[in-house]
Design a protein around this ligand. Structure first.
Ligand SMILES: Cc1ncc(COP(=O)(O)O)c(C=O)c1O
Length: 425
């Protein structure tokens, strides 16, 4: 693409501002507390830690007040009785990820949930023992996978199959993943795949790859850390066996927020599945009989173990209310435009290499830039100029323009910061 002239750039900025003026979601920006210490900064790092919804503090305070006023009686007598508090999240979570209410639960953290889910869904038997994961998966996922294989007395060097991009490529081709799955055939027990790859921003076709895994008789689970709140998902329709995601990135529920889990209805209804059992997974009708026999509830709740952390769930309620108000399909429609504009402007800058696929169907909002040279210096200059992204080895800077609170003008300004850094370093 030819380099843009000053006149082109001013035209592009006017275009960005027109898109902002037409943006029906623009009022949502004021519903978030963007970091006040650096007010003119561009916050393109919601893929790492989303900003705080303004409604969060009041909701957390309500629970603190109810605890103060009522003590233990708040379990039943508070504004949002704690005994059923987590149930408020079922509707918003189901709408967010395209699931049925019986298929979702907010619990624990992402890595912990991957462990819980692999206890159920990694069932090596006979020659069907292999576990498929990407070579460049988020390390925590790989550690979890390796530890499950080891916990079953198996050898990870034989049982864990790692998917790698072709030589010289950054991203995986779906046809290559399908070919590997077909090759593994009846030796494959479980595939654990990413909805959106954390480093490259590549999005995968969940339905297509789940179908390929099921075709060889294996189970398919998804790490949606970078997909939940970013893509429009249809988890029930996709037929995935399970999925797990964190809530502190695109879901803006705060550092270390309570994570989310999807378990397909057919698995929820299979009460014989093995799982880690705890009293909060027991049928609520008999939970307080204090029997010593576990009776799983026919709900994804059956995988939750402990009574939920009310003070930690309140921010998730506040945040998912924003998603409900905006609508995930409206958010995605804006996101596609934000990222397309960003890509267009970045591609006009000499020397910028974008790793993320160009097709909007194969990415979420994130664009990952690769710097073969002086990557850290570029990253530092972005931060100094007021553009927050994050840095990942080797030499990758990730930016996530996010439709709930970012603007098209910020996209333009961000590209200008990158342009100046490329020209000066
Ligand atoms: C793709 C992916 N998987 C897993 C994790 C681990 O998350 P947690 O620390 O919440 O367990 C992260 C964290 O950023 C992630 O990006």
């Amino acid at each position: 693409m030819p380099t843009l002239t000053a006149a082109d750039l001013s035209h592009e900025r006017a275009f960005a501002q027109t898109l902002d003026a037409q943006d029906v979601l623009s009022p949502f920006r004021t519903r978030f507390a963007l970091p006040v210490e650096r007010p003119s900064d561009i916050y393109f790092v919601g893929n790492s830690l989303g900003p705080m919804p303004c409604a969060t503090r009041a909701l957390v305070n309500e629970e603190l007040d109810d605890w103060m006023r009522l003590g233990v009686h708040a379990h039943h007598d508070s504004r949002r009785p704690w005994v059923s508090y987590h149930e408020q999240l079922r509707g918003p979570l189901a709408r967010l990820v395209g699931a049925r209410e019986c298929e979702v639960v907010a619990m624990n953290s992402l890595s912990a949930n991957l462990h819980f889910l692999m206890t159920t869904f990694y069932r090596p038997a006979g020659k069907r023992s292999k576990l498929l994961i990407e070579k460049d998966a988020f390390p925590s996922d790989t550690y979890a996978v390796m530890s499950h294989v080891a916990a079953r007395g198996l050898d990870a060097t034989h049982e864990v199959i790692e998917l790698a991009p072709r030589a010289g490529e950054w991203t995986l081709r779906e046809e290559d993943i399908e070919a590997t799955i077909a090759q593994l055939g009846d030796t494959l027990a479980l595939a654990l795949l990413p909805g959106v790859q954390y480093r490259t921003g590549q999005a995968f076709d969940i339905t297509r790859l789940t179908r390929a895994v099921h075709a060889v008789g294996a189970r398919c689970g998804w790490d949606l850390a970078h997909a939940a709140g970013n893509l429009e998902l249809s988890l029930h329709e996709s037929n995935a066996d399970f999925a797990a995601w964190c809530s502190y990135k695109y879901l803006n529920a705060g550092p270390g927020a309570v994570a989310g889990v999807f378990i397909h209805e057919r698995n929820v209804n299979d009460l014989a599945l093995p799982r880690h059992a705890g009293w909060w997974g027991n049928d609520p009708a008999t939970r307080f009989r204090m029997s010593n026999r576990f009776v799983p509830t026919a709900h994804a709740d059956a995988w939750s173990v402990s009574n939920p952390p009310i003070l930690a769930l309140a921010p998730l309620i506040a945040s998912l209310a924003e998603f409900d108000a905006a609508g995930i399909s409206n958010l995605r429609a804006k996101s596609v435009k934000l990222t397309a504009l960003f890509e267009f402007l970045l591609r006009s800058i000499p020397g910028v290499e974008i790793l993320t696929p160009s097709s909007s169907a194969a990415r979420g909002c994130q664009l990952s830039l690769y710097f073969a040279d002086r990557a850290r210096a570029h990253y530092d200059s972005f931060i100094a100029a007021g553009l927050s992204g994050d840095y990942r080895e080797p030499g990758i800077v990730r930016f996530a323009p996010t439709p709930l609170y970012n603007t098209f003008d910020e996209v333009w300004r961000a590209a200008e910061i990158v342009r100046k850094s490329m020209a000066s370093l």
